[in-house]
Design a protein around this ligand. Structure first.
Ligand code: SAH
Length: 253
């Protein structure tokens, strides 16, 4: 039976997933709690990714080595960079670049040494499934979020985007920094702190990986505003609904 690894960046997202698992057992490895069980008939291992590239890469490696995960999905929040990528939208990654990787002049900027590439692709089929599930959830956003929450965060007609997600060990929270990222990586739709690391690990193990991120901020001077409340009231509900919809559409194998 396939084993799905679910990595959540936020405690609230993981808690929402665990509330849906009838039989989860805690297994401690590498100082992390891995939750092994089932969700909608699928065999899953859910875990907090931890924040930043190294922490997330370690978590992913344990999922692959110790728990024999053969499909990996990641949920979290991200800062919107692309024009039209607004707070409350969802970005499904098509590929990932580490924006803080720079071994120039030995290698091209952003290229990961010895891999001959800067971009690690998400699995196309898995990403298409997550994009479909996201569209279904956002189409009925008011089923998952209260009117007050929608108004508070000015979420209206939220959209699903698919494209490049960039990762680095920085919470991007100034206009100057997000503008600088747009200049060097103009195709980037969103910035976060884990995706490219997990994509690289999954590339090494040849395990399909896809990630879905709710846009919590615009990576600008306002990026910290109501971050925690957004996670609680918007992002964790979206993540749960999107994963649940995705699993419902997926044949257990
Ligand atoms: N201030 C927050 C910090 C969380 S770290 C707190 O109080 O906990 C930010 C998390 O959200 C990481 O998982 C990262 O992947 C994602 N993220 C959201 N917006 C981001 C941004 N503007 N830049 C980088 N990462 C961002």
């Amino acid at each position: 039976m396939a084993v799905i690894g679910i990595m959540s960046a936020m405690h609230e997202e993981l808690a929402a997933v665990l509330a849906e698992m009838p039989d989860e057992q805690r297994v401690v490895a590498a100082g992390r709690d891995f939750w092994v069980g089932h969700w909608q008939g699928h065999s899953v291992v859910a875990v907090l990714s931890r924040i930043g590239k190294v922490a997330a890469a370690t978590t992913a490696t344990v999922l692959l080595e110790r728990f024999q995960v053969d499909t990996m999905v990641f949920t979290g929040v991200a800062g919107g960079l692309g024009s039209g990528v607004r707070v409350g939208d969802v970005v499904v990654a098509s590929g990932f670049v580490q924006h803080d990787m720079d071994a120039s002049p030995l290698f091209a900027r952003h290229e990961v040494p010895l891999y001959g590439r800067a971009c690690f692709d998400a699995h196309a089929g898995l990403s298409a499934q997550l994009a479909k599930a996201s569209a279904q959830v956002l189409h009925a956003a008011e089923l998952h979020l209260s009117r007050e929450t929608l108004t508070q965060f000015q979420v209206s007609a939220p959209r699903v985007h698919q494209g490049l997600v960039i990762s680095g060990d920085r919470f991007v929270s100034t206009n100057a920094e997000s503008q600088a990222l747009r200049l060097v990586l103009p195709e980037a739709l969103a910035v976060e702190m884990e995706g490219a690391a997990v994509a690289q690990v999954c590339h090494d193990y040849q395990v399909p990986f896809a990630a879905v991120r709710t846009i919590s901020d615009r990576a600008d001077d306002m990026a910290h505003t109501d971050f925690n409340r957004f996670i609680r009231e918007v992002a964790s509900r979206y993540s749960l609904a999107i994963l649940s919809q995705w699993l419902a559409d997926r044949q257990p194998d």
